[in-house]
Structures are given as structure tokens and as C-alpha cells.
Design a protein around this ligand. Structure first.
Ligand code: FA5
Length: 324
């Protein structure tokens, strides 16, 4: 019995097999040990003590071996594997940064080389920072509720309307309010306009605002900074041009175009900070001058990668995003 029980216990490969062995050999009602025990009754009274002792010792060895095997086969490393460890694994699919985010990071890096640091302002703005301080008159069409996302229910503590900022130029004001010249910053972020959506327009888009204020800052400084910036991003042979334009917060004002394939593409607006704006933030326009620019981020990214529809950036189709 002992030999057979020992062999069966050692042959069991898992806890379930072992349980079958237990029922067969050690089972309380029908197990073979039970049968053996009843055989003991046939021994003569003189034989009984020795046989009984031998039986008990044997029973102890078998049950101890059984307990040890149960413990070993219950360990995690002994559990059966239901997969083939030799098969190649499935690599987790890695995400990546959105192309707009990649462009923003690259912009910050490039413009940083020209000594510009990165600053920030809120996306929810009051009318003062979005319009008044930027010299945009009360009756200017840019303030039209149909051209802006005003919040219907909220006002500032002093009763001003609040809107989703329509341009990053708001950050010019916020930065100048809290710092003294010289200033050399950029700010990149989302702006919102209820424009008609088409291949080059969306209702939420990204702008990079630049502001440089100090002694002796001129249009020539502006043009060389923009030219160096565009060349670093789009390539050395890039051409840019200024077209006369108008913004209430710059004088003179220009539109910045870049030459692309057969034509010119508008990248943003720029100009010399209007003396009135400098006064609004407590700077002395007699002593210092400054330039500012506001560029559409997606336009650059579209140029470089030959993307013809701005909507692709905001639809988040993975087949598009995976290409960057
Ligand atoms: C402005 O927003 C001015 N704040 C720019 C500026 C800054 C001028 C500093 C002077 C000094 P404008 O509305 O033209 O200007 O927008 C600037 C750029 O943002 C555009 O050239 C274009 O590249 C981008 N843009 C404008 N509207 C949209 C839109 N709906 N979707 C995507 N990009 C847009």
C-alpha cells in the first residue's frame, strides 16, 4: 500500500489530481487505507500492538507526504499555464503626442533660441483684457456677440462680461501688467471664435503670441525674428513678406505671409505695439517700443506636412494621428 500511495502522490501534477489520489487511498469511507485498517482486526491479540504501531507510522508517512505535495502544488509557480510562453508577445500600442502639441513644443524650443521665454494667460477672459486694454473701441465689430463666445451666465466680480478669449494677444496685457520692460515672451494656447468651419478655419484653434518690448525694438527686429523663426521651422529657403494691415493694438500693423509652393499663405498678424497699449499697462511709450505677433499654429504644421484641412487636427482619427 505504502509504495503505491507514495508513487501516486508523487505522480500527481496538480491539486485536482492529488485530490483524486486522496479519495482513492486515504478517503475516510471508501479509501484503501480504510480497507487496510479493517484487515488489522484479523491479527491475533499478540500480533496486534506491533502491527498497529507499524500501521500508524506508515499512515503518518503517507499523510505527511500528501500534505507536503498539496502545499507545493498550491504555490503560484506550480499553477498550470494556459498560454504558450514561447509565443511572441503582443506589444502594447504606444500613444504619441498630438501633432499640434509636437508643433507647440518645437515652436517653444526654436523661439527660446532667440531669448524668448514662455508665459501664459487664462482662456476665460474679461472684456478688459480681450478688448479694452488692446485698444479695441467699444463699438468695434470684433466685440460683436455673434463673433465671440461670451458666457451667458457669468460676469467678473466688477460686473464685466466674460468670454472665451478670441486671441492670445490678451497675454500681452497680462504679462506687461506684472513685469517691467524689457519683455521678451511668447505664449501658446487655444483661442475661440464662432467662425464658419472650413479647410483653414476652426472654432477652437491655437495661436502663438510673441511680445518684445524694450529700448530700440523696431520693425526690422520683428521681421528678422519672424524670418529666423520661419526658417528654423520650415527650412532655410523660406521667404516671408509683410503686407500692410490694421490691428487696433499695433501701429503700424502687418499680415505675415510665407511663400509656399506657388503662392503666399497668411500665417498671422503682427506690428509695433501701439503707444496707447503701452500706456494702458503703465509703460512709457517715449522711452521704449515693442513689437507683437500672433501666429496660427496649425497653419505652420499644415505647411510643413502638406496637410490640406485643419479639421483633421481636431477629429482625432487615429489613422491621421498615427502618421506623426
Ligand atoms: C489676431 O488674432 C491678432 N491677435 C494677431 C496679432 C497679434 C496682430 C499681435 C498684431 C499683434 P487674426 O485674427 O488675423 O489676428 O489671426 C491671426 C492668425 O490666426 C491668422 O493669420 C490665422 O493663421 C489664425 N486664425 C485666425 N482665425 C482662425 C480660425 N478660425 N481657425 C484657424 N486659424 C485661425
Amino acid at each position: 500500500f505504502e509504495q503505491e500511495a507514495t508513487a501516486a502522490i508523487e505522480a500527481a501534477r496538480n491539486v485536482a489530481d492529488l485530490e483524486q489520489v486522496r479519495i482513492l487511498f486515504l478517503g475516510k469511507s471508501k479509501g484503501r487505507l480504510k480497507d487496510l485498517q479493517s484487515e488489522l482486526g484479523k491479527a491475533t491479540p499478540a500480533e496486534r500492538p506491533a502491527i498497529g504501531q507499524a500501521f500508524n507510522e506508515m499512515k503518518l508517512r503517507v499523510t505527511q507526504l500528501f500534505d507536503t505535495r498539496v502545499e507545493v502544488l498550491s504555490r503560484p509557480e506550480s499553477q498550470p499555464r494556459d498560454f504558450d510562453v514561447t509565443l511572441p508577445g503582443n506589444l502594447p500600442r504606444l500613444g504619441r503626442e498630438h501633432p499640434i502639441t509636437q508643433t507647440i513644443e518645437e515652436f517653444k524650443e526654436i523661439i527660446g533660441r532667440f531669448g524668448f521665454t514662455v508665459d501664459d494667460g487664462p482662456e476665460l477672459e474679461d472684456e478688459y483684457h480681450n478688448f479694452d486694454a488692446l485698444n479695441i473701441p467699444k463699438d468695434h465689430p470684433a466685440r460683436d456677440p455673434l463673433d465671440n463666445f461670451y458666457l451667458a451666465a457669468a460676469k467678473t466680480a466688477n460686473g464685466q462680461p466674460i468670454l472665451l478669449r478670441s486671441q492670445t494677444s490678451t497675454v500681452q496685457i497680462r504679462v506687461m501688467e506684472r513685469t517691467r520692460p524689457p519683455v521678451r515672451i511668447v505664449s501658446v494656447g487655444r483661442v475661440y471664435r464662432p467662425d464658419e468651419i472650413d479647410r483653414t478655419h476652426h472654432q477652437m484653434f491655437h495661436q502663438m503670441e510673441g511680445l518684445m518690448v524694450g529700448e530700440g525694438v523696431t520693425m526690422a527686429t520683428l521681421k528678422s525674428v519672424l524670418k529666423m523663426f520661419a526658417a528654423a521651422y520650415l527650412g532655410e529657403d523660406v521667404e516671408i513678406r509683410f503686407r500692410p494691415s490694421f490691428f487696433p493694438f499695433t501701429e503700424p500693423s502687418v499680415e505675415v505671409d510665407v511663400r509656399w509652393r506657388d503662392g503666399w499663405l497668411e500665417l498671422g498678424g503682427a506690428g509695433m505695439v501701439d503707444p496707447q497699449v503701452l500706456e494702458n499697462v503703465g509703460y512709457d511709450p517715449e522711452k521704449i517700443t515693442g513689437f507683437a505677433f500672433g501666429l496660427g499654429i496649425a497653419r505652420f504644421c499644415m505647411l510643413r506636412h502638406g496637410i490640406d484641412d485643419i479639421r483633421l487636427f481636431y477629429e482625432n482619427d487615429l489613422r491621421f494621428l498615427k502618421q506623426f
